[in-house]
Design a protein around this ligand. Structure first.
Ligand code: ADP
Ligand code: MG
Length: 373
């Protein structure tokens, strides 16, 4: 290849490429070097390399070059730990990274330097680490807030709950004056709602930080479905919604933490009741699949428009159409719990017809199966 091709290629490289002779005088200065340092090639040629270095580095650098020429290393990288800097024509300094090689030619020793201005990258790195620090701070602040919520808010809420219940009990023995009974009843409901909200916030934070404890064990899934259904039955009756369990006679056992799955189901059944008008139905069913059990909560309620479906599992998300009695955390928590078991959860819905929420949980290993594998 013609030398001029190589020369031209080096000239247009973005990095600064500089060659100096054994006296460390500049003999080649490419376009990249002009851009980085602010000198034209003609201006720089013949000048000492040291003019491209901040004053304080010059002496050490000169010695470094001479020592390097005496080694058998062909090339060396410099500045990876941020120790080198360049000096522009306008007097400003910048952080740099460089590689240097020494080449013996017929005209004598030549050093080739390839140098990159890393100002942008350094700024990025600093900004990134500041961002990470801020983010960590924000997460810590959130956790602090949640622990304040849990301990400092929970106790007074419990006090309200207990005292409202106590007032209502007094009413069992002798009639309460005026509207005290109704007021105490409202207080009790409100305190219960607050307590549930606090519990949801705590659960979300625990699930997200991986602090939610899971104690799975083999257990018949029907036991869990029964418990959840019976728990929600009074609410369904009050809402005029029929609730029904439809499971095959023999289902394999599940490998789950029963308390957590009851919680998932009560979220889903609670939603089904909440979003189903009077006279509607909620059906809870289950069937085995390969290594899982698939549970479905189906309702004949208002449904969810297609464009809202991708958002229903988001934290705090609630449809604008629905009343705002919850906090929009139920499905987030349900998904977190199902995933913590290694299962999946998804929703199908037809507006005006009804909604089906499906989730899977692992089956307990069949006796003998473990021994064979
Ligand atoms: N069975 C359902 N039928 C219709 N809409 C539902 C159903 N389940 C959930 N949704 C919609 O998804 C949103 C999020 O549900 P969720 O996370 O449980 O929050 P919340 O119940 O507190 O509103 C609800 O506000 C509602 O709009
Ligand atoms: Mg809900």
């Amino acid at each position: 290849m013609d030398d001029s091709v190589l020369r031209r290629t080096l000239a247009i490289a973005v990095d600064a490429i500089i060659c100096v002779d054994s006296e460390q005088r500049i003999i080649f200065f490419n376009d990249g070097a002009s851009t980085v340092f602010g000198y034209a090639a003609a201006e720089a040629t013949g000048k000492p390399l040291s003019m491209l270095l901040p004053e304080r580095f010059r002496q050490a650098h000169g010695q470094h070059m001479t020592r390097f020429a005496g080694t058998s290393d062909a090339a060396r990288r410099m500045g990876e730990r941020g120790e080198i800097a360049g000096l522009r024509k306008d007097g400003t300094e910048f952080p740099a990274e460089a590689s240097i090689a020494h080449i013996r030619t017929e005209q004598g020793l030549v050093y080739a330097v390839v140098l990159r201005d890393v100002t942008e990258r350094r700024r990025f790195e600093t900004e990134n680490s500041e961002l990470v620090r801020d983010l960590r701070g924000a997460v810590a602040a959130r956790d602090d807030m949640l622990s304040i919520v849990s301990h400092d808010l929970r106790n007074p809420v419990n006090a309200v709950k207990m005292l409202a219940a106590a007032i209502l009990r007094t009413g069992d023995a002798a009639p309460l004056p005026g509207e005290v009974g109704q007021h105490a009843d409202v207080m009790l409901q409100a305190a219960r709602q607050m307590d549930a909200l606090i519990q949801d916030l705590l659960d979300v934070s625990k699930l997200e930080s991986g602090r939610m404890s899971m104690n799975p064990r083999p257990i018949p899934i029907t036991e869990i479905l029964d418990e959840a259904t019976e728990m929600l039955r009074p609410g369904a009756e009050q809402a005029g919604v029929a609730i029904r369990l439809a499971v095959p006679a023999r289902l394999p056992a599940a490998d789950v933490d029963p308390d957590r799955i009851v919680q998932v189901l009560s979220n889903l059944i609670g939603n089904a009741i909440k979003y189903t008008p009077r006279g509607g139905h909620v059906t809870i069913s289950a069937e085995p699949t390969d290594d899982f059990l698939q549970v479905t909560v189906a309702d004949t309620g208002v449904g969810i428009p297609e464009q809202e479906l991708p958002r229903v599992f988001d934290r705090f998300w609630q449809s604008k159409r629905t009343n705002r009695s919850g906090a929009g955390l139920g499905l987030t928590i349900a998904r977190g719990m199902v995933r913590a078991h290694g299962g999946r959860i998804w929703i199908e819905s037809v507006p005006g017809t009804g909604t089906q929420v499906h989730f899977t949980v692992p089956r307990a290993a069949r006796p003998g199966r473990a021994a064979r594998t």
